[in-house]
Structures are given as C-alpha cells and as structure tokens.
Design a protein around this ligand. Structure first.
Ligand SMILES: Cc1cc2nc3c(=O)[nH]c(=O)nc-3n(C[C@H](O)[C@H](O)[C@H](O)COP(=O)(O)O)c2cc1C
Ligand code: SF4
Ligand code: SF4
Ligand code: SF4
Ligand code: FES
Length: 624
C-alpha cells in the first residue's frame, strides 16, 4: 500500500463500489455473482461461526465456485440470538443457526443450483412461517441504521471495503474544505448528544475544547463499556472500526489535536484486533499519521487497553489510567476540555458517538437533526437482552416507543404464560420502567421522567418471574464491587445498602430497612464524587418507586411475590391452583415430585434441591 491522495480515495471507492453493488441487489457490476456475508462478531464466534466460515470457504473451493462466489466475514449482524448467521447476496436471504454440517447442502443447493435451503431460514415465532429475506424480518425492518450503517455489509478487516461504502470521504471533506469552526457548527446543528450515558451535547463539548488555549490537545474514544449486558460499543468496533477512526480525525481537526487514544477494555480482544488493523491500514494509506492525504494535517492514533474496571469508564479516571496511574476519578472542574489528559485540553466521546460523526459531516447537521425528536436527535443503539425473544443489537430513531422495541422488534416475552413486567435501562446508573409506562418514547427527557436513564444502551427486558428486590440487589452488588473506594459514602454506603438488600432477599428483612435504604441512597447520591456513586442507588430507588409493595412483602410478609427469592419460598403446591398437568414432575432434575395423571403434584422436601425449575415450568403459579 502507498499513501493515497483524495482523488485516489475516490478511485478506490468507485472500484470497490462495483463489487459491493451486489449487496444492494445489483448484479453484473463486480467480479463475483454471489456474496456470502457470514457474521464473525463475538456472539456468532461463540456459537461456532469460525468453523462455519472455514467450512464454507473450503466447500466453495471444493465445488469449484471460488471464482464466482465470495465469502466475507463481517462484524455483528445484530440478531445474535440466532448465531451463526449469514446473509447471501444479491437475494438478501438470511440463514440462522448455521452448523458446519449444513454447509455442503447450502453450497450445493443455493450457491450452485439457485435453490435456497428453507429449513435454515428464520422462522417467525408467532406465525411459524419461514421468512427468507432479511429485510422482511420485523427485527430488521423496523430499525434505522446510522451508527450501525455498515453492519453485516462489509469485511471489517479491509480498509478498501470501508472506502467502498463511502468511508473517509467525510474526513477528506473536513480536512480539505472545512474550517475547525465549520466542523463544530455542523456537529452542533446535528443536535447529537453523547451516547456514553449522560447525553451531553457533542458539538458544545468540542467548542469548549476548541476555544481552550493550548498547543497540545487530545482526542479520546471511550470504549470501556463496563455496564452489565451492554455490547453496543464492542460490536461497532468489531464491525466498523474505521468509522470510529474517521470520526476521531474529524474532531482532531476541529480542536487542533494531533494525538488520540482509544481506551478499550482488554476483555474485548476481537474489537482491539480489528481496531488495530484499521489503524495500521489507515496509516499505510496515509489516512492517519503525518500530512494526511496531502492536506498538511497530522494525527496519530493509538489504542490503550484497560484492565476492565467499571470506574475507568468515568472520564477523569480514564485519563488517569492512560497516564499510567490508578484509574480514580477526580473532582471537576476543571473539565477535560480545559485540563484533561496530562492536563491538556481533551475531548472524550463514546464509540457510538464517534460512529455518527462521519455521516453528520457528509450529509450535514440538518439531515441528522431531522431524525428523532425535538429533545433527542438521531438514532440510538440498544443491546436488547433478558426475557425477550429476539436478543441482539437494535438501532432505532430516537422517540421510538419502548413497546415497539420490546414487542415488534424484540418479538415479546418468550414464555407464553409470563407477562411483561418492566424494562431496565441504563445499567447500574439507570432504573426500570414498568408495564404501564411501556409506551414511553425512547428520548432522554421522557425516559428520565419515567424513572430510568437512556444510559449507554443496555436494555434488559424482565417478565413477571423477576423479583425487583433481587434485581436491585444484583446492581448494588456490582456497584459496591466496582466502587474505587476514594470516597466514604460510596465505598461504605453501597456496601451497607447491599447488606440490607441481601438480608431482605434472605427473608431476614426488618421494619425500617426500606427507610434506611432511602436515607442511604440520598446521602450516597449527594456526597459522592463521581457518577458511579451519584447514580449507584438508582436501581434501588426506581424499584422502590414502582414496586415498593414487593419490598414490603419481603420485609413484612416474608414472601417473594415473583417466586424468585429461594429463602422465601416454601416449595409447596397450592392444591386449589394446581391443574394436575405434570409439568413440574417432568422437569424436576432430582425426581423430588410425586405426580400421577389427574392428581395434584406433591414436592418431597427431603429430595428437593430448591432449583426453582418446577416454579419456572408451572404455568399456573401453583408452587409457592
Ligand atoms: C462510573 C462511570 C462509568 C462510565 N463508563 C462509560 C463507558 O464505559 N463508556 C462511555 O462511553 N462512557 C462511560 N461513562 C461516561 C463517561 O464518563 C463520559 O461521560 C463519556 O464517555 C463521554 O462521551 P459522550 O459525550 O460521547 O457520551 C461512565 C461514567 C461513569 C460515571
Ligand atoms: S463515588 Fe465511588 S467510584 Fe466515584 S470516586 Fe467516589 S468512591 Fe470512587
Ligand atoms: S406444574 Fe403446576 S399445575 Fe402442573 S402439576 Fe405441577 S404444580 Fe400442578
Ligand atoms: S425446586 Fe427443583 S428440585 Fe425442588 S421440586 Fe422443584 S424442580 Fe425439583
Ligand atoms: S455476533 Fe453475530 S449477530 Fe451478533
């Protein structure tokens, strides 16, 4: 590779575009007649996609199709629950749950004879019908992609593939045609708010830093992503690392910075590898480093691997960590825009925020501001998990009601006899939104009013088998474990709150415990130095707001209404409720249940290991 000019960038784009046109359904413009895009994201790799990918390449070779059919490994396609997944072009057919043994048939039947293999298509859970085309599957059809624009459409390890999708054109525009003020103005016009959790206006942050005096400034990317259940940032880095690199160079020009870091947790090896490849390739093409594309602008980018402490996602702690010190937050002001990394003016943005930037520069701030709502512009990526059929990565316009995400995109609750209870948003800093608020639009203010926060995008759906006290206990366990210990209210207070919650779940709650939790929450929120402590009590407070009766049932009646807390269960069958179906008997792993046709089940407590399998399988809530 040699350094390329802006003209050469466009030449590469035109050449690769012809090959990629097949993925838009246009035939006859590239070297191959068929493209097989197999997901190589972390989720699909865990489900065996590497072996499937190797088998596919070998079989294409074996059947003499390598000149006609290209096999491309992509990042996360979004529908992780069905991995390994693959999309074939030009038809756009979506294969799910692929195994090595399926490959000879797929190649023979589909690639050779043009007959797709129906049994490997996505099957709609309600109609039980196969849906062959990706764009017709509701999970995909209702999404709108900006940050995930290139997901499952390109080889994340090839810079040419990114350039073919229009990559680095926005950077070329920013470096050649725009002043730093123009760039900031465009980002401000877009209304983009940071996607890392707090939702601070991105353009405003850049403007503060642009105006900060200083010869040396830094641009940072926050890829720490420590929230339990979240995988948005990891997926973007795995699927489209150049989008983040490009966004960062644009910001560097805006503030006059020549050095940046991506702070990524070492637990994300695939993301780190693909990002490193992207940086290396960009350097080889002269899209990073000195005199980028002959514009006279210099920018170096490096990766800094974090050891996986949640608090290192906090901006001041992250900067200390890059400096080689222990990652602990410090008071603000001074804000990083004035004194950040090594006390120099610094901007830090989240991975998803960065992935939006090239398109804002390319298509204009007005275009971006035209999507979403007055309060929240653009789209938001969510990692949809929990008690929902379609687990995966979802990008929707801001303002989309939670109901659409949970039911139409997510496919609703898997167990028919269970009801939707709540959705948890924003991880340990967030809260839960109950059933009667499921029509809340996903925008910053409305979510906040409903008692949660948008956060970075973790979305956990819970059915009525979830105990909200236990859920709050889980998050408090996480927060106290991750507290850096610098301030006493956070260090000691979260531990005390956890002890009380554990006590309540163990059936040892006492009158006054709920009030103590509320008092501790107020103190910790007020007296903590950083966001971890300030928001740590939120899961407790939001569950108390909507599910106080569950806390009271635990403390006063020694019962767990969701039948979840083992210590509060009697493992007995309610004879009036038992419909004598035998499901508990069939599923008990240790034969602790006596049951005969037309008879009420009986649990033998001497044998019972309290695994709760019978409770989960009883459709009539007859076991308590
Ligand atoms: C305890 C704690 C952990 C955080 N973890 C992350 C994280 O993993 N990723 C992230 O982007 N922001 C995280 N943040 C928010 C960052 O401090 C910062 O606000 C954000 O990265 C700014 O980027 P944005 O403006 O693009 O959102 C965390 C904040 C706190 C208080
Ligand atoms: S609030 Fe908690 S995590 Fe934040 S600085 Fe204080 S002790 Fe550390
Ligand atoms: S599963 Fe429930 S209803 Fe069926 S036999 Fe067992 S206790 Fe009775
Ligand atoms: S809790 Fe587990 S072991 Fe006990 S009766 Fe139910 S299924 Fe069997
Ligand atoms: S990792 Fe393959 S679909 Fe998400």
């Amino acid at each position: 590779m040699s350094k390329i000019s802006i003209d050469q960038l466009s030449q590469i784009q035109q050449k690769v575009e012809k090959e990629q046109a097949l993925r838009q359904g246009q035939t006859g413009t590239g070297a191959h007649r068929m493209h097989l895009l197999i997901c190589g994201g972390t989720g699909c790799q865990a489900a065996g996609s590497i072996a499937v990918y190797e088998a596919l390449k070998a079989e294409i070779d074996k059947q003499g199709l390598s000149g006609e059919v290209a096999v491309i490994e992509t990042g996360c396609n979004g529908f992780c629950a069905l991995g390994p997944v693959m999309v074939t072009y030009p038809e756009g057919i979506f294969y799910v749950n692929l195994e090595e043994k399926d490959i000879p048939e797929v190649v023979e039947s589909h690639c050779k004879n043009g007959e797709p293999v129906e049994r490997l298509f996505y099957k709609d859970p309600s109609s039980k019908k196969f849906i062959p085309h990706m764009k017709e599957i509701p999970f995909f059809a209702l999404q709108e992609l900006i940050a995930l624009k290139n997901r499952s459409l390109l080889d994340a390890e090839s810079i040419d593939e990114y350039i073919g999708r229009g990559g680095y054109q926005a950077m070329a525009k920013a470096l050649k045609e725009m002043s730093p003020e123009d760039i900031v103005a465009e980002v401000k016009k877009s209304g983009l708010r940071g996607r890392g959790g707090a939702g601070f206006p991105t353009g405003l942050k850049w403007e503060f830093c642009q105006k900060s005096p200083g010869e040396i400034k830094y641009v940072l990317c926050n890829a720490d992503e420590g929230d339990p259940g979240a995988f948005m940032d990891r997926s973007i880095l795995e699927a489209d690392p150049h989008a983040v690199v490009e966004g960062m160079v644009i910001a560097a020009k805006a503030i006059g910075s020549h050095h940046g870091y991506v702070y990524c947790r070492a637990e994300y090896p695939l993301a780190v590898n693909r990002l490193q490849l992207a940086i290396d390739h960009a350097k080889e093409y002269g899209l990073l480093g000195e005199n980028i594309m002959g514009t006279g602008f210099d920018f170096e980018l490096n990766i800094y691997q974090g050891a996986g402490a949640f608090v290192c996602g906090e901006e001041t702690a992250l900067m200390r960590s890059i400096e080689g010190k222990r990652g602990m937050p410090r008071p603000r002001p001074p804000f990083p825009a004035v004194a950040g990394l090594w006390n120099r003016p610094t901007i830090l943005n989240n991975v998803e925020t960065w992935a939006n930037i090239p398109q804002i520069i390319e298509k204009g701030g007005d275009w971006y501001a035209g999507i979403g709502t007055e309060d929240s512009k653009g789209t938001k990526v969510f990692a949809l998990t929990g008690h929902v059929n379609n687990i995966g990565l979802v990008e929707v316009p801001m303002g989309t009601p939670l109901r659409t995400i949970v039911y139409d995109i997510g496919g609703g609750i898997p167990k028919k006899h269970r009801k939707f209870k709540a959705v948890q948003l924003g991880g340990p800093s967030g809260g839960c939104i109950p059933e009667d608020k499921i029509d809340t639009p996903c925008e910053y203010a409305a979510i906040m009013e409903a008692g949660a926060i948008m956060g970075s995008g973790g979305m956990i759906v819970m059915d009525d088998s979830t105990c909200m006290v236990d859920m709050a206990r889980f998050f408090m366990d996480f927060v106290q474990e991750e507290s850096c210990g610098k301030c006493t209210p956070c260090r000691e207070g979260t531990r005390r709150m956890l002890q009380i919650l554990e006590k309540i779940c163990a059936g040892e709650g006492e009158p006054g415990d709920i009030e103590t939790l509320e008092e501790l929450s107020a103190t910790i929120q007020e007296a903590s130095l950083c966001g971890l402590g300030q928001t740590g009590p939120n899961p407790v407070l939001s569950t108390l707001r909507y599910f106080r009766d569950e806390y009271e049932a635990h403390v006063h009646d020694k019962t767990c209404p969701a039948r979840s807390c083992v210590a509060l269960l009697k493992f007995q069958v309610d004879e009036d409720k038992c419909k004598k179906c035998g499901m508990c008997f069939k599923n008990c792993p240790v034969d602790a249940i006596d049951w005969k046709k037309k008879e009420v089940a009986k649990i033998n407590l001497d044998k019972c290991i309290k695994c709760k399998t019978c409770i989960e399988n009883c459709k009539f809530d007859a076991i308590f």
